[in-house]
Design a protein around this ligand. Structure first.
Ligand code: G3P
Ligand code: CA
Length: 388
C-alpha cells in the first residue's frame, strides 16, 4: 500500500509503510537513553525504541551509549579520581548513583541509568525494542549476556526462543551479532554500519540478518538499490529533518531511526511535521573546518525570519544531533526577512550576532549534522540537516 503525501515544499513524495525508531528514545526532546526519553517515544507513537546496552563491572546489563560516563553523567563530579570513567569499570551500585539527565537540561535532573531488565519492564507491551550491542570489544561477553537475559524474560522471549514482542538486536560488530544470533536465532538481527556493505557481503548477510542500518549521511540511491536487491530491509540512522525524511521515504526505506519520532510520525500521516513553526527557520549551519583555529572560530547558525512580523527569539536554543546546545541570548528580536547569527564561540554581540562562548565545536564538520530549533519551552519549531 502506498499514498501520496503533500510535501511542505517541493514535489509530493510517494509514501510506503515506514516504521519509526526513536533513537536513544525521543532524544531530540529529552536526554538520551533515559526513562524520560523512552516514555516520550511511546507517547510520540514510535514503533520501536532504539537503545544501547553495555556491561557494568559486576556483569549487569545497563543502558547507555558512550563507553565512558563523561558526556552524559555527573561521574566527573561524583567519582573525580576514576578517569576515564569507563562504564565497564563501575558497578551497578555506583552507576545508579549517577544523574544522567541534568547534563541535558535541569528539568531532567534525577534520571538514573536503567538496567536492561528495567528497560524491558518499562517498554513491555507498549513499543518495540531495537537493542544495540554497544562496543562489544569494551564489553567482553556482551552478546551472550544479552541473549541469556532476554531468554530469561518470558514476557519478551517464548520457550521456543521466538520474540513475543517486536524486537530487533543490532550491532556495528558482526562477530558479536553472530554470537547473539547463534544463541537466539529466531530474534531478528541487524547490522549497523557507516556505509552499506559491498554486495557480496550483503548477500551473505541476507542469509541470517533482517536489515542493515547505514548512516543516512553516506547513503546514495545505488546503495539503496543494492540493499533491496539483497532482500534486506533498509533502516538508516539518524534521520532528523523533513527533507531527509522525504528523501528516505521516496527511496523505499523500511524504517528510519530518528531523534524526533513525533515529527516524523506526523509527516508519515500526511500532517505538517512542524505544526508549531514560528516564522523563524534555520537557514544554514556554518560548521567548523578541520583547519580552523580555534576549531569553533567560524562556527555559527544562521536564523532567518520568514514571516511578516518580528519574532522575539530570546532564550530559544539549537541542539545538534548529539544534543549539544547553543542558546540565543536575551533581547534578540528578528525583523521580517532579517537574519540572526548564533555563534558557538565567544565574540562581541550586536543585534545580528549572538555568541555562546563555548570553547569546543558543536556542529559536526566532517560528516554532517542536524540542528533542531527550539523555543524557550522546548517546543520544536524547525529541523535542518546538512551534509559535509
Ligand atoms: O542504530 C543505529 C545507531 O544507533 C547507531 O549509532 O552511535 O547512535 O549508536 P549510535
Ligand atoms: Ca545505538
Amino acid at each position: 500500500m502506498s499514498a501520496i503525501l503533500p510535501a511542505r515544499s517541493g514535489a509530493p513524495v510517494t509514501v510506503r509503510p515506514c516504521l519509526t525508531y526513536a533513537h536513544r528514545g525521543s532524544s531530540g526532546m529529552a536526554p538520551e537513553n533515559t526513562a524520560a526519553a523512552f516514555e516520550l517515544a511511546i507517547a510520540d507513537g514510535a514503533d520501536y525504541v532504539e537503545t544501547d546496552v553495555q556491561l557494568s563491572a559486576d556483569g549487569e546489563l545497563v543502558v547507555i551509549h558512550d563507553v565512558t560516563l563523561a558526556r552524559t553523567t555527573d561521574a566527573r563530579l561524583l567519582f573525580a579520581d576514576r578517569a576515564p570513567w569507563n562504564v565497564h569499570d563501575f558497578t551497578l551500585a555506583e552507576l545508579k548513583k549517577l544523574d544522567i539527565g541534568g547534563w541535558y537540561d535541569d528539568a531532567f535532573t534525577g534520571q538514573q541509568i536503567l538496567t536492561l531488565d528495567e528497560l524491558l519492564d518499562l517498554l513491555g507491551g507498549r513499543v518495540g525494542l531495537n537493542l544495540e550491542l554497544k562496543a562489544p570489544a569494551a564489553n567482553p561477553g556482551l552478546a551472550g549476556a544479552v541473549a541469556a537475559r532476554l531468554r530469561g524474560r518470558r514476557d519478551w522471549i517464548g520457550p521456543d526462543g521466538r520474540p513475543r514482542q517486536p524486537l530487533v538486536v543490532g550491532s556495528f560488530d558482526e562477530q558479536a551479532l553472530r554470537d547473539f544470533h547463534a544463541r537466539l536465532p529466531a530474534v531478528p538481527v541487524s547490522l549497523i554500519a557507516y556505509d552499506v556493505p559491498a554486495s557480496g557481503r550483503l548477500t551473505d548477510l541476507a542469509e541470517w540478518t533482517f536489515s542493515v542500518n547505514p548512516d543516512i549521511r553516506r547513503l546514495c540511491p545505488e546503495d539503496v538499490a543494492r540493499v533491496a536487491e539483497a532482500g534486506l530491509a533498509l533502516v538508516p540512522w539518524t534521520v532528523d529533518a523533513p527533507q531527509s525524511w522525504r528523501w528516505a521515504l521516496d527511496t523505499g526505506c523500511a524504517g528510519m531511526i530518528t531523534n524526533y519520532p513525533d515529527a516524523l510520525r506526523k509527516l508519515l500521516h500526511g500532517r505538517d511535521p512542524l505544526p508549531d513553526a514560528a516564522g523563524v527557520v534555520v537557514q544554514d549551519v556554518v560548521h567548523h573546518r578541520p583547519d580552523d583555529e580555534p576549531p569553533w572560530a567560524g562556527e555559527h547558525v544562521v536564523l532567518r525570519n520568514v514571516s511578516g512580523q518580528s519574532v522575539d527569539v530570546s532564550g530559544w536554543y539549537l541542539r545538534s544531533q548529539s544534543s549539544k546546545r547553543v542558546v540565543v541570548g536575551d533581547g534578540y528580536v528578528i525583523a521580517p526577512g532579517g537574519l540572526l547569527r548564533v555563534w558557538t564561540g565567544p565574540g562581541t554581540d550586536d543585534a545580528a550576532n549572538c555568541h555562546n562562548g563555548h570553547a569546543a565545536a558543536v556542529w559536526n564538520g566532517t560528516k554532517g549534522d542536524s540542528a533542531g530549533l527550539h523555543r524557550v519551552d522546548g517546543t520544536i519549531v524547525d529541523l535542518h540537516a546538512y551534509l559535509v
